[in-house]
Every structure is written in C-alpha cells, then in structure tokens.
Design a binder for this molecule. Structure first.
Ligand code: GAR
Length: 191
C-alpha cells in the first residue's frame, strides 16, 4: 500500500476530490492531511471524511525536523493541493520525485512567489489570455520550477471574470489531478 500525505492551506476542494478518488483503490490511500493554517476549511472536510489531519507551524516545518520525521514515517508520496509555503530542501531531498504539486496555470507562465489562487486568475485576465490551464509537476526548492508531469488547457472567453477562470481551472483540476497522481505512483505512462 502506497501512502499519500496531502498538504493544503485553504479550502481543500482538491484534497477532498483526491481523498474520494483513492477511497475505492486498493494499492494507494490518502492517510493524512497537513496544513499550515489552523482556520483552513480543509480541516472541516477532514473531520467530515474521517481523515487524520494536523496543523503545523514554521518551526515544525523548517526549524526543527518535526514534519520531516513525520513524513519519513508516514508518507510514500506527498501531494500539494493548494499549499502555499515553499518546501524546505531537507524535505525535497528526502522525497526525490515524490512530491507532486498542482499549479492553476500553464507554467512557466504565471508561476513563482505570490502566484497562487485568485492572484493567478486575475493576472491571466489582465493579460487578455485566450487560454489557461493546469500544470502538475514535481517539486524542487524553487516555486513552480520542478519537472512538468502533465498540463491541460481550457479556452477563455473575453467576458470571463477571474471567478469564471477559477471555475474552469478547478474543473480541470478535479478531472485530472487524481488520475495523474495515480499514474505517477503506479509508474504508468501519462498521455
Ligand atoms: C487550486 O486551484 C490550486 O491549483 C491552487 O490553489 C487552489 C486550491 O484550491 N494552488 C496554487 O495556487 C499553488 N501555487 P482548493 O483549496 O479548493 O483545492
């Protein structure tokens, strides 16, 4: 059994979708959700779904090895689903090609520090883009720069608001993220 630990900082709709997807699978399971935000809605979802969750702070994450040791004992793969902190190098080094992030745009466009959630969709709108999408990639020490695993696109209309763009991107995330995670873990080809 391969164990996934999810990191999320906010609503956690992707986390819930991934948890649901793997509930029916025998060889992969989401075992824990970790968050840096004690008010994150993802914590309510975990309670409802009966998934173990806990909150950590900068000290646990970067200064001490508390989170690292937890992951070494509990995780085969780490999935970042709307997680907003940079991953410390000691965790990246302990999980080479085993940390998977989703970014709500077509990297390398609209990536980097500060580019998350609605900030991304507003920038896409401001630049009159005619398409956007999702990027699923491995995580290295720099924001949004690890090797790309998968991208999917969606067309934009001139009248789309940032909220409309967010909705189109979320639809792609719900459709593709769980199955791409599964393929990475099972080492299947991703088309
Ligand atoms: C998702 O759209 C995800 O791609 C994005 O945050 C949202 C979280 O939504 N991640 C980033 O912007 C990371 N740079 P959710 O909490 O409802 O899953």
């Amino acid at each position: 059994m391969k164990r996934i630990v999810i990191f999320a900082s906010g609503s956690g709709s992707n986390a819930e979708n991934i948890i649901g997807f793997f509930q029916t699978k025998k060889s992969i399971s989401v075992t824990h959700v970790l968050t840096n935000n004690q008010r994150a809605k993802v914590l309510n979802r975990c309670k409802r779904l009966n998934i173990s969750s806990f909150v950590f702070d900068k000290n646990d994450f970067s200064e001490t090895d508390k989170v690292l040791e937890f992951l070494k004992n509990e995780a085969d793969y780490i999935v970042l689903a709307g997680f907003l902190w940079r991953i410390p190098s000691k965790i990246v080094e302990a999980f080479p090609n085993k940390i998977i992030n989703i970014h709500p745009a077509l990297l390398p466009k609209y990536g980097g520090k500060g580019m998350y959630g609605m900030n991304v969709h507003k920038a896409v709108k401001d630049n009159f883009e005619t398409e956007t999408g999702i990027t699923i990639h491995f995580v290295n020490e720099n924001y949004d720069e690890g090797a790309i695993i998968f991208q999917a696109k969606t067309d934009l209309e001139e009248e789309d608001t940032p909220q409309d763009i967010a909705q189109k991107v979320h639809e792609l995330e719900y459709k593709y993220f769980p199955e791409v995670i599964e393929k990475v873990i099972l080492k299947e080809e991703i088309g």
